[in-house]
Design a protein around this ligand. Structure first.
Ligand code: GLY
Length: 346
């Protein structure tokens, strides 16, 4: 097993081990005195892993209840959040009990936010089962739900008590969900780690499993470093948003339905790189294509820009965006929304 310690305001460990989901009860026991756990998941992950998690928790003396909502970004909303609160009340979850987020980014984000708010805060454990959730959303404490005005607009910083990453769970992912996570992995290579990017260039979606353990460890370690330096997203942490301002806009343009977050990030990275570092565009696109990710969008720029001006990375008329001029190095740039729109719209 590999461990990464995250030294944030509330420190915790990320455990990376194949098969760890079967031992989660033992690991959860080490971070709580309670023996009552509420597992929040989605209907697809429930079928795959809920029994294993419940068995392991019960084997370690936990009383468990399971709440599953329909899989997908459309569930990451205030209505499902209300259903989670109701479920926690019905099951008499108290402030000293523990919530378990079992699933991908949507499950982690909404469960983390429920944990931040319910009874003014209960502990929660992340058991991420997608690549995106393992390398990005389960670590760092960003939790949120979407509202009709935009993605992740209502949320809180709430660090988990523990993250349990079992890369065996990635074997059950469909190729498009694996691709989606690979967009974030490629992003890490671009912003911070030339060697990671070069390793990705030597592989593709068909054989990436060979390097999966190294990918998961490397990306979480990069995230650890960035989050420890800027837990509350006031500066350096913004580099993790490379490709995200336009990526979220593209997801929004597609009504968050037939377009994954990773596809949006992939295209977002390309649009920014085409504009600000065209010498790197071809290399970035070749790598994205190897992981079956898109590099362009049918959405007209003039229709994407209004979404960007609503993005939460905007501050009083200004917008921050990330440019990678060299593989492995990112720079945060800030400009007025109107100037950003002018440059991108050209
Ligand atoms: N997913 C970006 C961040 O955690 O800051």
């Amino acid at each position: 097993m590999k461990k990464i310690s995250i030294k944030t305001s509330s420190p915790y460990e990320v455990l990376i081990e194949r098969g760890s989901i079967e031992k989660c009860g033992e690991y959860v026991s080490s971070v709580t005195k309670s023996r009552k756990a509420a597992i929040i998941t989605d209907d697809i992950v429930e079928r795959l892993y809920a029994d294993t998690v419940v068995k392991s928790l019960e084997g370690n003396g936990f009383e468990c209840s399971v709440f599953a909502f329909p899989n997908g970004e459309q569930s990451k909303n205030l209505s499902v959040l209300g259903q989670i609160f109701h479920f926690l009340c019905e099951n008499n979850i108290t402030r000293s009990d523990i919530l378990i987020a079992l699933g991908g980014g949507v499950v982690g984000d909404i469960t983390g936010f429920a944990a931040a708010c319910f009874l003014r805060g209960v502990d929660f454990v992340q058991i991420p089962t997608t690549l995106l959730a393992q390398v990005d959303s389960s670590v760092g404490g960003k939790t949120a739900v979407d509202i009709p005005d935009g993605k992740n607009l209502v949320g809180a910083f709430k660090q988990p008590a523990l993250v349990i990453c079992d890369s065996d769970t990635l074997k059950t992912l469909t190729p498009d969900i694996l691709s989606c996570g690979m967009a974030e992995v490629i992003k890490y290579g671009m912003i911070r780690d030339r060697k990671l990017f070069e390793m990705l260039e030597r592989h593709n979606l068909g054989n990436v499993d060979e390097i999966m353990d190294e990918i998961v460890y490397t990306c979480i370690d990069i995230k650890r470093d960035v989050v420890e330096n800027d837990e509350f997203d006031k500066g350096e942490r913004m580099i993790l948003n490379f490709g995200h301002t336009l990526g979220h806009a593209i997801e929004g343009w597609h009504n968050y339905t037939d377009y994954t977050h990773g596809m949006g990030v992939a295209v977002g990275m390309c649009l920014i790189t085409d504009k600000f570092a065209p010498n790197l565009s071809e290399r970035l696109k070749k790598c994205l294509i190897a992981y079956e990710l898109p590099t362009d969008t049918e959405a007209p720029m003039r229709e994407l820009l209004p979404y960007c001006s609503k993005d939460k990375k905007r501050e009083s008329g200004n917008i921050s965006y990330i440019v990678c001029g060299t593989v492995g190095k990112a720079e945060i740039r800030k400009t007025s929304v109107s100037e950003f729109e002018r440059i991108m719209g050209e």
